[in-house]
Ligand binder design. Structure first.
Ligand code: GDP
Length: 189
């Protein structure tokens, strides 16, 4: 799908009418610094839609972007910024879990973005558990593959698939652009 226009709609921290307006949602979740904002920008061909390298820990809201006037990209807050306090981290996790579990949202797909070097962290495993329980279709986007040799990337993907046979695992690099078109086709076709 060609991305023709993108528009920031609003950031929410709890229930909101935007969750009920019947516009399909594709949500993105990931630990802070995995490249979630970069992936959103690469997918939408918009270098400044989600704020890359924004002061980490600053985004404490769930941001809605309207794409081609037809669907939302939902950017969930990055989790686990090292300098955030335990209380702040917990608050963000609660907001993410609220969106995935208790809110009225029924996302068409949830994309879990990983850094290939970090692999699946405890947070990612918790998210995969929630996604499975809630039966949200899930795509795992393994990002920053430019940082590793192809053979090592294949090993990481293999081990994720072994642990989560039902997850759809894809690889990409926003730096080289590899895998972005395939991810876009999978998510927005
Ligand atoms: P977020 O916190 O998950 O939204 O991550 P950002 O998109 O802000 O990116 C965090 C850092 O990772 C930035 O310095 C990006 O330039 C860098 N980054 C993002 N994607 C890639 C990638 O594919 N390869 C490499 N090497 N760096 C990346």
């Amino acid at each position: 799908m060609e991305i023709k226009n993108t528009k920031f709609m609003k950031g929410i921290r709890g229930t909101d009418e935007i969750l009920l307006d019947d516009v399909p949602q594709t949500a993105f979740v990931g630990r802070s610094n995995v490249g979630k904002s970069s992936v959103i920008n690469a997918l939408t061909n918009n270098k400044s839609l989600a704020k890359v390298g924004k002061k980490p820990g600053k985004t404490t809201e769930i941001n809605f972007f309207l794409i081609n006037s037809t669907f939302y990209i939902v950017d969930l807050p990055g989790y686990g910024y090292a300098q955030a306090s335990l209380k702040e981290k917990q608050k963000l996790k609660n907001l993410i879990v609220w969106y995935l579990t208790y809110s009225e949202a029924k996302p068409k797909a949830v994309v879990l973005v990983l850094d290939v070097k970090a692999g699946l962290t405890e947070f990612d495993k918790e998210m995969l558990m929630v996604l499975t329980e809630e039966e949200h279709p899930c795509v795992i986007a393994v990002n920053k593959i430019d940082k590793m040799k192809q053979g090592e990337v294949t090993e990481v993907v293999y081990s994720i698939k072994k642990e989560y046979p039902k997850a759809h695992v894809m690889t990409c690099s926003t730096k080289t652009g590899k895998g972005i078109a395939a991810l876009r086709a999978r998510l927005f076709a």
